[in-house]
Design a protein around this ligand. Structure first.
Ligand SMILES: Nc1ncnc2c1ncn2[C@@H]1O[C@H](COP(=O)(O)OP(=O)(O)O)[C@@H](O)[C@H]1O
Ligand SMILES: [Mg+2]
Length: 374
């Protein structure tokens, strides 16, 4: 195979054409509708975060955009080429790092990367050089000659990511790059993504973590049941949800409503009650002092609280605020509760995408914040 010329990701003009465009993507598996019409747009050189719980349709979207799966409807283009009409051209310009690291465990890290480089048509010398560069960049040089089967989860992910970057793709897809990693592995992966972006690569990253999207993404599409239910920057998302959140668990089940009433009276934010967990949560701009005020008011009202937390909003909070319901039971490893479903919830789900103004209206959010619809 002749050695190819790699234009390099830096060749995309800043603010130039969209590197990723998806319009009305639909896809079903048998009777199960995985995608119900997904629209996405990522300018060249930006990071688009696809944020959603398990089963939302993230991997299906990535598989369509990387030409591994055909959509039932809609269209998409990546790096200027239509995924259905020109799959080869798309494949030449992308890298994919999947939810489960694809490394050959019998080979060393160096051999893995050399093999990938050769598969991309590089000469022996170029492949060796590229493998060295990537080992260095992903802090794998010390482990380069060990079989990758003995690597930690974080090292495997780094090796998989390095493999995805071998041919200097213009657009990189990272499907849940940090799920299952320890904090150290997560921090390393985040740094690798930042380095990529500094090179001008366009990145689509899927995640279940609002914080991860916050750290890495220029813009975020929140997806649920195969639809985009909100989009904006992490700041806009958080603003729509409110600042930090106070979450309380009543001592006596059934007093959540009364607790929510007391918190509502303190204002300015409207508390939300999660019927599944029995917890009451409310946004606050004043951190610990607001927490103190809330606890005093509840004590005065003789309402006991079993435990309480003050924390930045999570994906769960975003979902609760956007859809008026918590995430599906069993939709994540830490979410193993069970919950009944009622028609009202179904109705909420069918309403589809919302803008932040709608979210704030419903939840009584602060005034003056700008809308964050595309
Ligand atoms: N190959 C498949 N066969 C049947 N159902 C599938 C298949 N792939 C995905 N699904 C279903 O489609 C929905 C979306 O899945 P997926 O895109 O993997 O979600 P996510 O990556 O956000 O967790 C889920 O309900 C899932 O069970
Ligand atoms: Mg997935």
């Amino acid at each position: 195979m002749p050695e190819r010329e790699y234009a390099g990701p830096g060749s995309a003009p800043p603010g130039g054409p969209d590197a990723i465009v998806a319009e009305g993507l639909t896809r079903s598996f048998g009777a199960r509708r995985a995608l119900a019409g997904i629209d996405l747009r990522a300018p060249a050189g930006s990071v688009l975060g696809l944020l959603g719980p398990n089963g939302a349709g993230k991997t299906t979207t990535v598989r369509i955009l990387t030409t591994l799966l055909r959509p039932d409807g809609g269209r998409a283009s990546v790096a200027g080429h239509d995924v259905a009409d020109e799959p080869e051209a798309v494949r030449e310009r992308i890298g994919l790092s999947g939810q489960f690291a694809a490394v050959d465990e019998r080979l060393t890290a160096r051999e893995n990367l050399y093999l990938v480089a050769r598969l991309y048509g590089m000469s022996r010398a170029s492949a060796r050089r590229r493998a060295e560069d990537l080992l260095d960049r992903f802090a794998l040089s010390d482990a380069a000659d060990r079989p990758s089967g003995g690597f930690s989860g974080g090292m495997r992910r780094r090796l998989d990511l390095a493999g995805a970057l071998t041919a200097r793709p213009a657009v990189v897809f990272l499907d849940e790059p940090t799920t299952g990693l320890d904090p150290r592995g997560r921090a390393d992966t985040w740094q690798a993504v930042r380095d990529l972006v500094a090179d001008g690569t366009t990145v689509l990253l899927t995640t279940q973590y609002l914080e991860e999207a916050d750290q890495l993404a220029d813009s975020i599409a929140v997806i649920d049941h195969g639809r985009v239910i909100a989009r904006g920057t992490a700041g806009e998302l958080k603003e729509a949800v409110g600042g930090d959140r106070i979450t309380l668990r009543p001592t006596v089940p059934g007093t959540a409503g009364a607790i929510a009433g007391v918190l509502a009276a303190l204002g300015p934010y409207q508390p939300e009650t999660d019927r599944r967990t029995g917890q009451v949560s409310v946004a606050t701009d004043h951190g610990a002092s607001a927490l103190q005020r809330a606890l005093s008011a509840l004590e005065a009202a003789n309402l006991g609280v079993r435990d309480v937390s003050l924390a930045p909003p999570t994906l769960d909070d975003v979902f609760l605020a956007l859809t008026g319901r918590s995430r599906e039971p069993g939709s994540s490893v830490e979410d193993l509760g069970t919950r009944g479903r009622d028609p009202a919830e179904h109705h909420e789900r069918e309403r589809g995408e919302q803008d932040a103004a709608g979210t704030r209206r419903r939840a009584g959010r602060r005034k003056g914040a700008h809308a964050w619809r595309r």
